[in-house]
Design a protein around this ligand. Sequence first.
Ligand SMILES: *Cc1c(COP(=O)(O)O)cnc(C)c1O
Length: 421
Amino acid sequence: MNVISTRGAEAVPLSAAITTGQAPDGGLYMPQSIAMQDGPWGSSLPERTTNALQPFFAGDTLAPHLAAIVAESLSFEAPTRWLNDDTALLELFWGPTAAFKDFGARFLASCLTRLFEPAANHTVLVATSGDTGAAVAAAFHRKPGIRVAVLYPDGRVSPRQAHQLGAFGDNVATYRVAGTFDDCQRLVKAAFSDEALTKQHGLVSANSISLGRLLPQMSYYVNASLTAEAQGRQANFVIPTGNLGNAFACLLTRESGLPIGKVVLASNENRVLPDFLASGKYEPRASIATLANAMDVGAPSNLERLRHHFSNPADIVRADWVSDEDIRATIQSTFTHTGEIVCPHTACGLAVRERLRSAGEGGDWIVAATAHAAKFAEVVEPLVGQPVAVPPALQELLDRATHAEPLAPTLDALSAALAAD
Ligand SMILES: *Cc1c(COP(=O)(O)O)cnc(C)c1O
C-alpha cells in the first residue's frame, strides 16, 4: 500500500516511509486507506498481527517478509490480566526494556535491516525522554552496519532508565545532554535538517512518528480485543498517552474491523489532549515534569494524524487527565485492593478507569500497562512499602556496567561526537 503525508506530499510506498520516518513536506505518513477486515484472524499474537497488518504491506517490497518480521520482533507476550470482574491490565512490559516501546522499536529494526543495502553504514539517531532510547538501543544492538546514538536529558530520567540507556555499549553510544528532552529533540531535528551531516553518517530516524513503530503497536490491541471477544467480552480501552502514538494505533485497529468499543486517553498534568478534545482548539504548551515522565509532552506529535484522519476527533475518542497526587493515590489503592504494583503511567490509566466507573459507565475496560513498575522503583516503592520485583530482562541490563558521555546541547557538539565515535 502507498502512504500519504498529512500535509499532501506525493504518495510513497510504505517501505520508503519506514526508511525516511517523516514526509519531505514535514508531515506524518498515513496509510492511504484503512481496509475493513473480518478475519479469520488466527489465534496467537504473531498470527493475528500478520493478518491485521497484511493489507498495509500489500504490494510492498516488505510484504513477503511480514510474517518473519512479526515473528522475530514481536516475540514476547502481551497478556491481558483481569484485576476484577470488569477491569484488566494489558501488560506491555515483557520485552527487553520493560516498556511498550519495545514493540515498535524491534519491528522497525526488523524492517530496516531488510531494507538497507548490506554494504551501507547507518547511524540511528534518537532523542529520548526515558523509554524510547533503551528500546531502540536494544533493538539495534550489535546489528551489523548500524550504530545507534541516543540522546537523553541528563538528570531528567529515572535512575534505572539512565542505567539502562548506558548499558549497551558495542555499536550504541549514549549521550547525556545538558538540557531538557525538548533540547534533545531540537538537536536531533537540527541534525536531520543538516544535509551534509545526514549524508556523512547515513542518519536514520527512529522517532515515534515513524509508521514502522506505529503499525506494530496495533498488534496487542488486535490480540487483546480478539481474546476478550472469545471470552464473551467487548474490549474498551483506557490508554496512558503522551505523543498519542500508542493510542492512535488502537484507533487504527478499531477502524480495521477489530472488536473494540470505546477508547479513552489518560494524560498526566500535560493536559493538551483533553483540552483539545473539549474545546476543539489545539494549544501546544511547554511540557511540565510529572511522575509519569514518559508522558510529559506539551505538543503531542501524533495529534496531526488524529486531526488529519478524523473530521471530528471528539466523536471517536475521549480524554481525561490525572494529577501527580492522583497518580500516587492510585498506585496505593491499586496495591491495597488488588496486590498489583503499577508504574506511574499505568496509574494514570487506572485513575481514569475508576472515574468512568464513578460516572456510571458500564462495560469491560482494559487499561494499557505501558511500563513495568520496577523501572520507576524510586516513585513506586515508598508508596507500596515494599520492593518491586525486577523482570529478568531488565535485571540483566541493570547488572551491566553503564556509561554515558556528557554532551552540550548544540549541533556542533553533536557533530563532533558523531565524527569522533
Ligand atoms: C512512551 C510512553 C507513554 C506514552 O506513549 P505515547 O505513544 O507517546 O502516547 C506512556 N507510558 C510509557 C511508560 C511510555 O514509555
